[in-house]
Design a protein around this ligand. Sequence first.
Ligand code: F6R
Length: 256
Amino acid sequence: MEVIIVPTAQDVGELAAARIADLVASNPDAVLGLATGSSPQGVYAELHRRVQAGSLSFAGVRGFALDEYVGLPLEHPESYASVITRDVVEPLGFDPSNVRVPDGRADDLDRAAQEYDEAIAQAGGIDLQILGIGANGHIGFNEPTSSFASRTRIKTLAPQTRLDNARFFDNPDQVPTHCLTQGLGTILEAREVVLVAQGAGKAAAIAAAVEGPLTALVPGSALQLHRRATVIVDEDAASGLKLADYYRYTYAHKPA
Ligand code: F6R
């Protein structure tokens, strides 16, 4: 795992966006795994800036969202289908038919989940998965005690996660109780993962995921098993890391 500590939240977005832009430049029909929430906003903003400058195109890029709430109407502004359209597809100029979000409205959610994993496989797998991390260590909506082998499936959101996401809704009771999420096993199959985190509120989760024991109690620790995982954090999110100086030294001396 490569841990990169940068001074500010803006630097987090810029560095992660640079990695994605490099991938898309070399592979214009790359498959991206798309996170929602606050963490990747700076990444998408920097990618948008590059698209506007004409140096980057997502016209051929394919995308798979990480997760979706169960039961929110498609047109609800906080359904992840709406969020992905608003924050990613439209500003970055993806072809909407190239982007898929788990179907949290399906009558048969198990089947929808299974079909989602099949669609990822048919696309050739995810080249780069963008991730954020929950304060409780979740990645995707794989809440603590999720199996490291899990596939896309229905999960119950932890009360803490519903509370954390209440800021997107008029009233905390409106936050759905369930979601469909790529599993930890699904995420680990991506050829590369880039996790971004900003702010002191993520410091404990980052420390546990990066340096703590491999444990289902901290789903983000599953990334320790990934061959190509990069964690990009600002100073505040890095503040719980015991080996912060070592990560800084390693990055400063990174071979070309
Ligand atoms: C989002 C997702 C979640 C978020 C996490 C952090 O698609 O799967 O794991 O990345 O809850 O959320 P924010 O970024 O809003 O702090």
